[in-house]
Ligand binder design. Sequence first.
Ligand code: BGC
Length: 475
Amino acid sequence: MTRLVQLKGVKLVEASLQSPKDGVSMKFVTLVSIVAALGGLLFGFDTAVVSGAVGFMEERFHLSELQVGWAVSSLIVGCIVGAAMSGVASDRFGRKKVLIFAAILFIIGSIGSAIPDTFTGYIIARMIGGIGIGFTSTLCPLYNAEIAPAKYRGRLVAFNQFATVTGIFLTYFINSGIAGYGDHAWDIENGWRWMFGVGAIPGVLFLILLFFVPESPRWLIKQGRPAEALPILIRIHGEEAAKQEVHDIKASFSQESGSLRQLFKPGLRLALIVGVVLAILQQVTGINAVMYYAPEIFKATGAGTNASLYQTILVGFINFAFTILSLWLIDKVGRKALLLVGSASMTICLLAIGIAFHTGHTSGPLVLIFILLYVASFAVSLGPVVWVILAEIFPNRIRGRATAIASMALWAADYVVSQSFPPMLSSFGAASTFWLFGAMSLITVLFTWRVVPETKGKSLEEIESLWTQGARKSS
Ligand code: BGC
């Protein structure tokens, strides 16, 4: 069944990328975007791998509850650092070089997490890998946005999210395959090491492929190297449109100061608010409480260990399948419509899950059904759309640094939610915790409705002038 959906998904993506008439070389753009999206696969791998490994590590290193939490969240601390540095580094050295550096960090992190004999050694390696993920999670969508023609940008940037959920889903299987390979003693001594270690394979693949993709043409023009940008733009848009692109990109630079202070002036200030608030809302609506703790949630409904693991795989599958749907919809119905429908549906699901826990009706399939609906709603909306919006709403000159600020906010919010979820469950109870996530989803609906602009089909330069025009009108 999974394979069927996978095949259908690929066909769907391929079919929707045919555009022979408008001079756009979708083959080139798609290949480049797929390479960059591999960074998303690493992101997904690292999100999911620890859920399978942590139980064995707990026994191997005799971890306390606090240390178990640290085993999970050390990666996120690395991500916050990586995201924070990604902007300055990529505005200065270029998107490609920093992605290559990130791939190296990821490989070191994977191998380093697999070999240590001390818990501290593991934590250090996980943080190094986390820095790599902080870089890739910010720069892969951004790079794709800078390469893609406006008409297909949503879909191409959302490839990244598709790769992330594929990474999560595959890793659930790899984890269970490795755990099943040996007996319990082998798992405690070696199983978890293999789980982390196999991450080096996609890491090396990503590293090699990165050498074959071009630097971002927008970044090259920013560096005053339009002669290098032009052949890349010609490959993407065809001869005529490429010259116009160079002209538009140059024009956008002449209107920007390039200073981050720009972001705090009316107009772009709104872009910053949209980016940071959406980044935080993506996390405080609870997705990673489900991603990181799904088996525990299902056990709380009375499911046995095996049933709860199967249900977790189902969560991964639904996340994967609905992300494919989102790829198809994002450039058709637009970012705003997806966000509105998705977050409204998340609100209803979270309300229902809360009611089920509150009234004690948790033994039937109700909780599972609503959690799956919740994940589906996230996968079609907040999951991909937030990363797409973050990659496209900021001006050319400061895009790297501005996206990094929002991405850092996202990882920090992820850290807070993943750390506070278990204590919240025990002190406030499951019902209130899910209702709180529900309230945040409702805020997402209102915020999107009132504040978030539609960016579908606009070039990055048009989006830029959207903010400045808005500011002129309101002043
Ligand atoms: C989020 C991650 C989350 C993943 C789940 C991403 O968009 O940023 O925090 O784990 O979606 O699919």
